[in-house]
Design a protein around this ligand. Structure first.
Ligand SMILES: *Cc1c(COP(=O)(O)O)cnc(C)c1O
Length: 376
């Protein structure tokens, strides 16, 4: 059809514009709204990057262990292509998490693995199911992959609406179901019994554990393989402080991972990424210390947020806290803080427009945040 249109246009001497080459479903894609790079933000606010209190993207304010920077400064083979199988990193992950190495695949962030899974599992017109409010990359990647999105909204306390979810799954037969534990943006966990019920469905269950290190709850990575329809995704972006380097990983059932290996870009994980991730994993003490500081800070911040009359913080098992903003405009609160160089997350989506999400930072950052909130 599209080929015929292009041919007619060419015969009529019509100019072929770039858009005519784009696949029709992608012409419907909403324009990408870029986040402001840290340096651009700094120039805009007229503040040094180190003075900006960046609590809007759940990044780790402590950064990676100092050994990572040392290792990156003395890379031996930056001029040689990386190992397409990331063997060193996968072996280290396998050892640390007691999962066999052949269940592990590494990617350019967990984001790449979400897209790769969809490219491997979805035909055009297939559906995924997600449970908003949640991480928006599932719906984004579904749109890029010409898949439909079935949304089953979470309940008021952000728990999964299991009866609605099971019914939607039975009626609409999604190929993949995405659940996030702890969930972004509220930090709630998916209970074992909910996950067990989901695993009975004839769908691939993708459990996104980007923040599991911050929860007092074990990862379900060990469940992979016992269930042939479970994938667990993890990342180095949050607790390991490597968001800018881009490394994520996942545990996949053997029958699935075979095809993901065939479909992935051979050099998706750079030498820089592999060295940074392996070095970070060799510094468990540092990672644990910073993780504990962030959990402690989340608790301290939550208690103080409760004292702010216009904020209602939700309990969180992660490194961020979602707050309902009452009697005030949430976007107004976000903008007023941003003017002072304190960045928190606000969402344009109607179901979240009355909320802000604040990442746990260093104690001095929480103090600045609280002072600014008290003065609003
Ligand atoms: C941050 C985040 C990720 C991962 O990101 P990468 O940086 O691509 O590894 C995945 N899932 C959720 C829910 C996240 O918030």
């Amino acid at each position: 059809m599209r080929a015929a249109q292009l041919e007619t246009a060419a015969q009529n001497g019509a100019a072929l514009d770039g858009e005519s080459f784009i696949r029709p479903h992608l012409r419907e894609l909403a324009a990408y709204t870029p986040i402001e790079p840290f340096e651009v933000l700094s120039a805009k606010l007229g503040m040094r990057t180190e003075d900006i209190v960046k609590l809007d993207a759940n990044e780790n304010p402590y950064g990676p262990p100092p050994e990572v920077l040392k290792a990156l400064g003395s890379l031996k083979f930056p001029h040689i292509y990386p190992d397409p199988e990331s063997r060193q990193l996968r072996a280290t992950l396998a050892r640390d998490h007691s999962v066999s190495m052949d269940k592990i695949l590494v990617g350019c962030g967990a984001d790449e693995l979400i897209d790769l899974l969809m490219r491997c599992c979805l035909d055009p017109g297939d559906a995924i199911l997600d449970c908003p409010p949640t991480f928006t990359m599932y719906a984004f990647d579904a749109a890029v992959n010409n898949a439909r999105v079935i949304s089953v909204p979470r309940k008021d306390d952000f728990q999964l609406d299991m009866p609605a979810l099971l019914e939607a799954a039975r009626e609409q037969k999604p190929r993949m179901i995405f659940v996030t534990s702890p969930n972004n943006p509220d930090g709630s966990l998916v209970p074992d019994e909910d996950l067990q019920a989901l695993l009975q469905l004839p769908a691939l269950i993708v459990l996104d554990e980007a923040y599991i290190e911050f929860a007092d709850h074990p990862s379900r990575a060990g469940w992979v393989g016992k269930h042939s329809n479970l994938v667990v995704l993890r990342t180095f972006s949050k607790s390991a402080g490597l968001a800018g380097i881009r490394v994520g990983w996942g545990c996949f059932p053997p029958e699935l991972i075979t095809y993901m290996w065939r479909a992935k870009q051979p050099y998706n994980v750079s030498v820089v990424s592999e060295v940074a991730a392996c070095t970070a994993l060799s510094c468990q003490e540092y990672l644990k210390e910073k993780r504990d500081l962030l959990v402690q800070e989340r608790q301290r911040m939550t208690a103080q947020l409760r004292e702010i009359p216009f904020l209602e913080p939700y309990p969180s098992a992660s490194n961020f806290v979602l707050c309902k903003v009452v009697g005030r405009d949430a976007k107004g609160v976000k903008d007023a803080l941003a003017k002072q160089g304190i960045m928190v997350r606000h969402y344009a989506k109607p179901e979240l427009s009355g909320f802000i999400r604040i990442s746990a930072g260093r104690p001095d950052q929480t103090d600045l945040l609280m002072k600014a909130l008290q003065a609003l």
